[in-house]
Design a binder for this molecule. Structure first.
Ligand SMILES: Nc1ncnc2c1ncn2[C@@H]1O[C@H](COP(=O)(O)OP(=O)(O)OP(=O)(O)O)[C@@H](O)[C@H]1O
Ligand SMILES: [Mg+2]
Length: 137
């Protein structure tokens, strides 16, 4: 079983990592961690390089944190770093192209509004993913 775990470094996404580790232990699931550096404008190429670097560094840090956590538990993982305008679109495309069986993600992320039932990334992935989605609360 191939499991895709999108992570933005938030506590909620780390709970999703824990859930994926359980699947690895119980069912031998292969875990791929994915972080998307995202930008609010569609003119990434016009942004000053230091802004691009900052966004990419944040996504890379989220990935590194989750990867180190998994390795610390003795589980080897694949890691994917992408950049995009809408992270959900990258996640859905990756799930399709990589023929993943399941996506495990947090219900909220770094915005983490308590009143929000679900963040916009989680809502879009649940609605459009080509596979099962586990949303961790
Ligand atoms: N840039 C990203 N790269 C990879 N995974 C992400 C990214 N953003 C969110 N996720 C995943 O989606 C989950 C839900 O986050 P989401 O972005 O939907 O909520 P939010 O940040 O609280 O709200 P919003 O982004 O809508 O303001 C996270 O726990 C994480 O698993
Ligand atoms: Mg978010």
């Amino acid at each position: 079983m191939k499991v895709l775990v999108p992570t933005d470094g938030s506590d909620q996404s780390m709970k999703a990592v824990d859930r994926a580790l359980e699947l690895a232990e119980r069912m031998g699931a292969e875990i791929t961690l994915m972080s998307v550096a995202y930008y609010a404008k569609d003119d990434f190429d016009d942004m000053p390089p230091y802004v691009q670097d900052k966004l990419e560094a944040e996504a890379a840090a989220a990935l590194k944190k989750a990867g180190a956590y998994c390795n610390g538990k003795g589980v080897k993982v694949e890691m994917v770093l992408e950049a995009g305008l809408v992270p959900a679109n990258n996640i859905i495309r990756k799930a399709e192209e990589g023929k993943f069986d399941r996506i495990v993600m947090g219900s909220t992320g770094i915005t983490g509004l308590k009143r929000a039932l679900m963040g916009s990334t989680a809502a879009k992935v649940v609605a459009q993913a080509p596979c099962e989605v586990t949303v961790v609360r």
